[in-house]
Design a protein around this ligand. Structure first.
Ligand code: ZN
Length: 198
């Protein structure tokens, strides 16, 4: 199996799998689910990692899918993009301080992605307060996250099956990235974040 992947694809996919497994275990310690690393491309354009609910799963078992085809180049491209100077505006058109925009590292990107997918699993399990466009004014969030929310509000992502859930998971992804940058108790903070606990 392993030899079907390039070493770089395998390394990137297993890094993601470890992050996903770690975050999933934090939030669902009793019931962590399977992670499949799949060689081919996903049927959905651009999708490299996805949570699959039991209803959507062919064998009735929920799981996470990681599509390894080109995943190393995909992650690299995201990191490169983040290293360009980006000027962001919040919902009121104010420029967000550039020092609030740390560069992505591979570790931060992978943890953010894992938090995003585990959040999708949580969305189907319990009533959580989902983040939405109104959180552009949520003062408890960082300027960076509020600016992202403002941008998404103005330019909603198209072709999403469930835009409200995608919006919420994206906000969690950004917040998880921030936890990663602060040298706090990553484990505890991450679980509290995903469960909307203070
Ligand atoms: Zn998503």
């Amino acid at each position: 199996m392993k030899r079907d992947f390039s070493p770089q694809e395998w390394e990137a996919a297993s890094l993601l799998a470890r992050a996903l497994g770690g975050v999933d275990q934090l939030v669902f310690p009793e019931n962590p689910i399977k992670i499949l690393i799949i060689k081919q491309r996903s049927g959905n354009i651009g999708e490299k990692v996805g949570y699959v609910s039991s209803e959507d799963s062919t064998d009735g078992e929920e799981r996470y899918n990681i599509y390894a085809y080109g995943i190393d180049r995909y992650l690299e491209a995201i990191i490169k993009r983040s290293q360009k100077v980006v000027v962001m505006f919040d919902d009121q058109g104010r420029m967000v301080e550039l020092e609030d925009l740390p560069l992505l590292t591979l570790k931060v990107l992978v943890i953010g992605t894992a938090a995003h997918e585990v959040r999708h699993r949580l969305q189907g399990y319990r009533r959580i307060r989902m983040f939405g466009p109104a959180d552009a004014d949520n003062e408890t969030l960082s300027p960076r996250t509020r600016a992202h929310i403002g941008l998404r509000k103005r330019f909603p992502a198209s072709e999403q099956r469930d835009p409200a859930r995608e919006f919420d998971a994206k906000v969690i992804e950004l917040l998880a990235e921030e936890i990663c940058y602060e040298e706090g108790d990553l484990k505890e903070n991450m679980a509290n974040l995903l469960l909307n606990k203070d």
